[in-house]
Write a protein that binds this ligand. Structure first.
Ligand SMILES: [Fe+2]
Length: 450
């Protein structure tokens, strides 16, 4: 009895200490490791008070617990949150495709323990959704349903945090949902994402665009400098703290690419300040796709869809200008958000008839693969465009689900009256895409083969 009581009080003390130790509990990021490696790495980040503390991280390897490199930190002091530290450690020498136990210690005591899923070399399950953390019940329901799908990694197609991508908003309704005790996702699998129009540096919010400080993703995008064209525009004197806490990530981490299994992902910042027809961005994109020839699948992820049928944001289809380039390099899927519902097109080819202005829909000529049905005909001639923006925020145009006459002729699936997310089950020669609602029910499904 005495032993049990001692154990209980030790656990209670540990729980209290753990609570006191973290402002945001440890979460996994891919870090600057875009390519599959024989020995993998993952970044582990957490937020803590701005005070000294002897933090260490250990990972369980074949020979026992291995001490990781000393954590580093940057301090973010952007009101209204008090100054806090963003700690980061690179977990190293990890076996691919395994679940690796790790512990975080403060002053020699374990204050956090979890298992990290490392990148899988072939078959895997990636979850994708957008328009996410608005603090609603739907956001939490989606997160729970995602946990039930047992993902290997998660990708958010922008509008990561409402309403202004602020540090204070991450603290109140991003991390507490995706990395809670009840929904322990971010401590187990890496989350990736891309900037939406709600994640940019809003002029009146010093803690806006916290993406650059809080996320750790590959730094292999176009070389951009603050204040230059195509970079997220910051206001001097307002965003200085966020920029300082972001280090090399600002403004470069806005676009990047990475591989997961045999899939090459190209992630594009599609906000209006970027001009993807500019030589610097276009050259980067072309080089990135050309280098991905060996991948089994090529996916482009961005916030603003190229092709979509919703009445809301219909004029926002300016990224269509990239379609010929993506087709030329054999892109299979484009995954977007922005429009708060689910849509899937037939495999498409598109020739812009005239250069579009950013902020308007680009007109042009379509070639539609009508034979593909994702069931009996599974080889696509063209790119399938997915809108998966039903991840939490209020849904757009629910009436269009049953109003097929309102769909563009190339739209094949449209669910705008239910929150949902996309499950990609990927094998080297077969990709299954399922759209799933908060109850785990399948709303749509296609199979692609090579
Ligand atoms: Fe958006």
């Amino acid at each position: 009895m005495r032993i049990l009581a001692a154990l209980l009080s030790a656990l209670l003390a540990l729980g209290l200490e753990a609570q006191a130790a973290f402002l945001v509990k440890p979460y996994l990021q891919l870090g600057d490791g875009p390519r599959v490696a024989a020995r993998e790495r993952l970044d582990l980040l957490w937020h803590a008070e701005n005070q000294e503390g002897a933090w260490t991280v250990e990972v369980q390897g074949p020979k026992g617990w291995e001490l990781q490199p000393a954590p580093t930190f940057r301090t973010l002091h952007a009101p209204p949150l008090p100054a806090h530290r963003i700690y980061r450690v690179i977990l190293q020498n990890l076996a691919p495709g395994t679940r690796v136990p790790y512990v975080v210690k403060l002053n020699g005591k374990v204050v956090f323990a979890a298992e990290a899923q490392t990148r899988k070399p072939e078959s895997h399950r990636m979850i994708v959704f957008g328009d996410a953390a608005d603090g609603s019940a739907a956001q939490t329901a989606i997160a729970k349903a995602i946990l039930a799908e047992r993902p290997d990694a998660v990708f958010i197609t922008g509008d990561l945090v409402y309403g202004r991508g602020r540090a204070a908003e991450y603290r109140s309704h991003f991390f507490p949902v995706y990395n809670s005790e009840a929904i322990p996702l971010m401590r187990r699998v890496p989350f990736l994402g891309v900037l939406g129009n709600h994640d940019v540096p809003f002029a009146h919010w010093p803690d806006a665009s916290a993406y650059f400080a809080y996320w750790s993703l590959p730094l292999n995008g176009p070389v951009l400098k603050a204040g230059e064209a195509n970079a997220a525009p910051v206001t001097a004197g307002v965003h200085d703290a966020v920029v300082a806490a972001s280090g090399a990530a600002f403004p470069r981490m806005a676009s990047f690419s990475f591989d997961y299994g045999k899939v090459h992902w190209t992630v594009l910042d599609s906000n209006v300040y970027t001009d993807w027809e500019s030589p610097v961005l276009k050259a980067w994109l072309e080089a990135d796709l050309r280098a991905a020839r060996g991948a089994s699948w090529r996916i482009v992820a961005l916030h603003h869809p190229l092709f979509q049928s919703s009445r809301s944001h219909f004029d926002d289809q300016w990224m269509r200008v990239l379609s010929p380039l993506l087709e030329k390099h054999g892109v299979d899927l484009v995954l977007a958000g922005h429009v708060h519902n689910y849509q899937r097109t037939a495999p498409l080819r598109f020739k812009p008839s005239k250069a579009g202005r950013r902020g308007t829909t680009v007109e042009g000529e379509f070639t539609v693969d009508q034979a593909f049905d994702g069931k009996t005909v599974t080889q696509a001639k063209g790119i399938i465009h997915i809108v998966t923006g039903a991840g939490g925020a209020e849904l757009y145009d629910p009436w269009q689900t049953d109003a097929k006459a309102s769909w563009q002729p190339w739209t094949k699936a449209f669910v705008s009256d239910q929150h949902s997310f996309t499950v990609l089950e990927v094998e080297p020669k077969r990709l299954r895409l399922r759209q799933v609602d908060i109850h785990g029910r399948e709303l749509d499904a296609i199979t692609l083969t090579k």
